[in-house]
Design a protein around this ligand. Sequence first.
Ligand SMILES: [Zn+2]
Length: 90
Amino acid sequence: MLKLFTVVCMFVKESVMILSPFQVDDHYEVYCVDTRRLQTVSRDLNSCSCCLHINVGVPCSHIFAVLAYTSHDLFQPDLVADRWLTFTAF
Ligand SMILES: [Zn+2]
């Protein structure tokens, strides 16, 4: 069974909870209504112009916004760095 470290679970939960202020377009540009900032997510969802995913190894809220926009499952284990994943027998 795949498990995430608790701190990563909390981060993912917080990121998903703040999806509402985002507007996403077909070019995967994510506009935050609250901050008035525009971020761009790569087509393969492996990077974002905010660099959080590259630096921390956990998808940022912009990537989650694109996943929601494209009707993908919000949790994509392959978007989480291996260092945050553990495997257990149960
Ligand atoms: Zn981002």
